[in-house]
Design a binder for this molecule. Structure first.
Ligand code: WTA
Length: 664
């Protein structure tokens, strides 16, 4: 496993980034109108609650867990912490699906829309809480008939359709552990994930709509499953209704599966720490990490943060554009929103189908009130032009959110002015797959915003910026972002890999084995606001997708023409970071444009097309230290076209640098 680069090494290449985020000096205060109706009314209230949440976390979390969660059995102890193992709400029992559904039945929310779905072709479906409960109960029975129950793993590989949410909730209902696989992953990646967690059941669809075309999900599953011996059955949702192959004895149509069984499913209670889901994410080795979240703490984190950070009101119609295959889709499409009884707007397709104003058109037509999206999408909207936005009123919107990567001051201003019409607060939310819920964000109506800063920590979050030795750095200085106390929605482990869990998150500061290292660089300004610089490990953030450089390298390493590959990121206006891969070829293989194209396609096949390198650069050899370590710092500098700085005396072959720079 690669060691995290030193701060100096990292800051060398990204200091441009740091100065650009620090340049914006304007502060945007909440409007009096928003403040009057906000769920948390004042800065004094935020400070008081935050102080209690970090100084007396057990008192704070005991109260929150009691208020916000429907318990079947009350917990006995708030926290048991022996780093890196946390147990929250020890002794308690609950059912997560009951917390998202049954709790609303028999209340005014029963006939409220839980989901408003719009497919890319324009089909619309509204599902009330009562109907959603019915769908989930029926599917829970199907699971039980298939022998899928407590602790079994279920892989979900679906488009953004209501069945994805129903499937997740049905898993929670029977205590099965879901692993949602983003629909953009290739059959190879699907196979690896299913095999890693030994899924018993796969849920997919014939296809999904994207940019007017069908995404062939079922045929991808058909390619993966022959190499997945753990899978006993595959449920298939009919979405596109085009011809697909059904394998007898394994594949079952979703609409045939329930067969008129009972409509009610009595949810069993599970321990607070019962695993809820595994979500694979990129780390700094070739193998994705199976981040494991458990039940009560995760649910509480998702629910509480949704309530305060999105300022949820009974009348909101909330739209999050993230795919359900990422953590944002888990916490802020499904669990956080449904547990609060909100109406979630779910959109299947691309933002520019049929025209680049699809979002704005849908926001007006459905009177949506909150939009949570990613800076990479905002940059695309900016590029498509203001005219697409100006055609629409957008007067139903009252709050905007951003997630996934640092938002530039320019994109922030555009979002604020063009989409929010200067009226809507923007919540820039910093968090990770591992944190489960938002860790740093403004409280709308309360926190004055500085474009480009995620502002201040959320309740219960003890977070700081430290140097290599773990000493807090002075304000205005860059450092490593660490969380110094456990929090309820933190990951519990990596599936099947406890040593890697400890190594990846709790080993950066030997003197502080109980600190969680985020992998991000950050600085705090004089007001204590956090400015995230970005990853300082070997993880890239491309269009908001996390991609490990080692994953791309190991994919390419299996190509017969490749001797060695090194992947690095370079700043990109649209995607945030672009993926550049340096490749040395095996003896006798000619570097041609055709081969470069083949290599790009190969990565697409091995991982998914979103991971295709933007650029492949072929070199005679890669620069290495005497011990044989590839010098990525140098490759990063070459990738951005900059001069090669710093000490290069450890290079094995000096001519390698010149050859790389002149190439391409
Ligand atoms: C980055 C996404 C700056 C960060 C929820 C983090 C951000 C990684 C922000 C996690 C933000 C996420 N400002 N950077 N508001 N939000 N990041 O696991 O580098 O897909 O470590 O979770 O995205 O990505 P992940």
């Amino acid at each position: 496993m690669r060691k995290t680069p030193t701060l100096d090494q990292h800051l060398n290449v990204s200091d441009k980034n740091i100065t650009s985020v620090s340049r914006e000096k304007r502060v945007f205060k909440p409007t009096a109108e928003f403040q009057r109706q906000a769920n948390l009314g004042s800065m004094a209230a935020y400070k008081k609650l935050h102080a209690e949440s970090v100084n007396a976390p057990e008192t704070f979390w005991k109260r929150m867990a009691t208020e916000h969660i429907v318990w079947r059995k009350p917990f006995k102890k708030v926290l048991q912490w022996k780093a890196p193992q946390a147990k929250w709400f020890v002794g308690g029992a609950l059912n997560v699906s009951e917390n998202c559904l049954d709790r609303h039945l028999g209340t005014a929310r029963e006939n409220k829309a839980a989901i408003i779905f719009e497919g890319e072709p324009g089909d619309v479906r509204t599902i009330t809480y009562k109907q959603l409960h019915l769908h989930v109960c029926r599917l829970a029975h199907v699971f039980e008939n298939l022998g899928v129950g407590k602790g079994d793993r279920v892989a979900i590989y679906l488009p953004m359709i209501p069945e994805a949410m129903i499937a997740m909730l049905a898993c929670a209902r029977v205590g099965a552990i879901h692993t949602v696989i983003f629909g953009g992953f290739s059959p190879e990646a699907v196979k690896d994930r299913i095999n890693d967690c030994q899924a018993k059941l796969v849920i997919t669809a014939d296809g999904g709509w994207r940019r007017g075309k069908i995404i062939e999900l079922k045929s991808a599953v058909d390619k993966a499953l022959p190499a997945c011996p753990s899978v006993q059955a595959c449920l298939v949702v009919k979405r596109t209704a085009h011809e697909i192959k059904m394998t007898e004895g394994r594949d079952i149509w979703w609409h045939d599966a329930w067969k008129g069984g009972p409509n009610f499913h009595k949810a069993k209670a599970f321990d607070s720490e019962h695993p809820l889901f595994i979500l694979y994410t990129s780390g700094s080795t070739g193998k994705p990490k199976g981040v494991l979240h458990s039940s009560a703490g995760y649910l509480l984190g998702a629910k509480l943060s949704s309530h305060y950070i999105f300022d949820l009101k009974e009348t909101d119609r909330y739209f999050c554009s993230a795919d359900i295959g990422w953590i944002t889709g888990h916490s802020y499409v499904v669990y956080g929103l449904l547990s609060n009884g909100s109406t979630v707007f779910l959109y299947e397709g691309a933002p520019n189908q049929p025209e680049p104003d699809r979002f704005w058109e849908m926001i007006d037509r459905h009177s949506l009130t909150i939009l949570y999206t990613a800076p990479t999408a905002i940059r695309a909207f900016m590029r498509w032009g203001d005219n697409y936005v100006l055609k629409h009123r957008l007067d139903s919107l009252r709050l905007l959110g951003s997630v996934g990567e640092p938002i530039s001051a320019e994109a922030w201003q555009w979002y604020h002015k063009m989409i929010g019409k200067g009226r809507c607060p923007i919540v820039d939310t910093w968090w990770q797959t591992e944190t489960g819920s938002i860790m740093i964000a403004p409280i709308p109506g309360v926190t004055p915003c500085k474009p480009g800063s995620a502002t201040l920590p959320f309740f219960g979050v003890s977070i700081k910026v430290v140097d290599e030795s773990g000493k807090e750095v002075p304000r205005g200085t860059g450092g490593k972002l660490v969380i110094t106390k456990p929090w309820p929605s933190m990951l519990r482990t990596l599936w099947n890999d406890a040593p890697r869990f400890k190594q990846a998150y709790f080993s950066e500061f030997p003197k502080h084995p109980d600190w969680y290292f985020t992998g991000d660089g950050a600085q705090q300004d004089k007001d204590g606001y956090f400015w995230i610089v970005g990853r300082i490990d070997d993880v890239l953030n491309i269009s908001g997708h996390r991609i490990g450089t080692a994953e791309v390298e190991s994919a390419l390493g299996s190509h017969p023409a490749v001797a060695e590959a090194a992947a690095v990121g370079k700043p990109d206006e649209l995607k945030g970071q672009a993926l550049v891969v340096f490749v040395s070829l095996k003896n006798g293989i000619q570097a041609t444009d055709e081969l470069k194209e083949q290599l790009r396609a190969y990565v697409g096949k091995e991982i998914g097309s979103f991971a295709k390198p933007d650029q492949i650069r072929i070199a005679a050899a890669l620069p290495k230290t005497r011990s044989g370590k590839i010098m990525r710092r140098i490759l990063k500098q070459i990738a951005v076209g900059g001069e090669v700085k710093g000490d290069t005396s450890t290079l094995e072959d000096f001519s390698v640098i010149a050859a790389l720079q002149s190439e391409d």
